[in-house]
Design a protein around this ligand. Structure first.
Ligand SMILES: Nc1ncnc2c1ncn2[C@@H]1O[C@H](COP(=O)(O)OP(=O)(O)OP(=O)(O)O)[C@@H](O)[C@H]1O
Ligand SMILES: [Mg+2]
Length: 283
């Protein structure tokens, strides 16, 4: 769907490249997670992919044609939610959406969408009087109102309560089931793990790792068993590799000690993030 080859970009006033030779592919019908530390260039990349920033080096093709060759026609196909929600604060939510609807040839019925994200009751409230989470949800609805083929979502669930985040994630998965393709950035590794078919990690301007969450966990995985047991009224913890589950000493421990908890563990995307980007998570 989108192929990026050797992408390099620096902001006009800066001398350093934010993106310094990055290649990846977003396949049709997948949710592609673009991950990396704060300031790594995720939002910049999204802005390049939606033709908001020009003057990049390298090659980007969208459905087999150079992205640069597309006119504004491109925007009929895509839905975008930015990391900072934007709306006309003096207009109501519904007026905002109606305004944007006029830019598109094809639009969807707003009522079911607004009901789904819990904004229907507040549709006549001014967007400027919306809470942060409400603005983000409004932004999300705006991304979907032209029934796009491709969604670009920059931290879509950041700042949204867990119940509404659940609804948004379900909507993203339904979008994919209907054949849609998604480019997504997020710092919430649980969401990434749940949503993304493939992820790429970017840090220091370069792509550091790429693959499906499952394959990456197997690659970086150290499966472990963690036992907590009580001895002389003190809590002890023992962590051992999964391969040692049949070790007689481990059986002995299970038989003889007062076991409080027993867990198996696998590497998480958060651990892989830290390993491949060399930076701690922001949140
Ligand atoms: N308009 C701009 N002009 C100059 N530099 C910019 C501009 N926007 C972003 N940058 C710089 O480009 C780099 C990448 O920023 P970007 O917003 O793409 O990061 P990000 O990966 O999305 O981070 P976050 O996770 O915090 O959203 C940062 O060093 C930032 O300071
Ligand atoms: Mg960003």
């Amino acid at each position: 769907m989108i192929i990026v080859k050797n992408l390099r970009y620096k902001y006009p006033k800066n001398k350093d490249y934010v993106i310094d030779g990055v290649s990846f592919e977003i396949r049709e019908g997948e949710i592609f997670g673009f991950l990396g530390p704060s300031g790594a260039g995720k939002s910049t990349t999204q802005k390049i992919l939606i033709k908001l920033l020009t003057g990049f080096e390298g090659e980007i093709t969208y459905q087999g044609r150079s992205l640069s060759s597309y006119t504004n026609e491109f925007y009929q196909d895509i839905g975008v939610s930015f990391e900072m929600p934007i709306s006309f604060s003096k207009l109501t939510a519904l007026e905002n959406l109606r305004f944007f609807q006029r830019l598109y040839r094809k639009t969807v019925d707003l009522e079911p969408l607004l009901r789904r994200v819990g904004l229907w009751e507040d549709r006549n409230k001014k967007a400027g009087e919306y809470s942060k989470g409400m603005k983000i949800r409004l932004n999300f609805v705006r991304a979907l109102l032209n029934d796009p083929k491709f969604l670009f979502l920059d931290e879509p669930t950041n700042g949204v309560d867990p119940a509404n985040a659940r609804i948004m994630k379900d909507m993203i998965l339904e979008f994919k089931r209907r054949g849609g393709t998604v480019f997504l950035t997020s710092h919430i590794m649980g969401d990434v793990d749940e949503l993304c078919d493939r992820v790429a990690f970017i840090a220091g301007g370069k792509l550091r790792e790429e693959g499906s969450p499952r394959d990456l966990k197997l690659k970086y995985g150290k499966r472990t068993i963690r036992v907590e047991y009580r001895e002389n009224d003190e809590l002890h913890t023992k962590i051992l590799p999964m391969e040692e589950i049949k070790n007689p000493d481990f059986f002995k421990l299970l038989q003889e000690k007062e076991i409080e908890t027993l867990h198996s563990g696998e590497t998480t995307l958060a651990e892989i993030f830290i390993k491949v980007t060399g930076v701690r998570l922001r949140d």
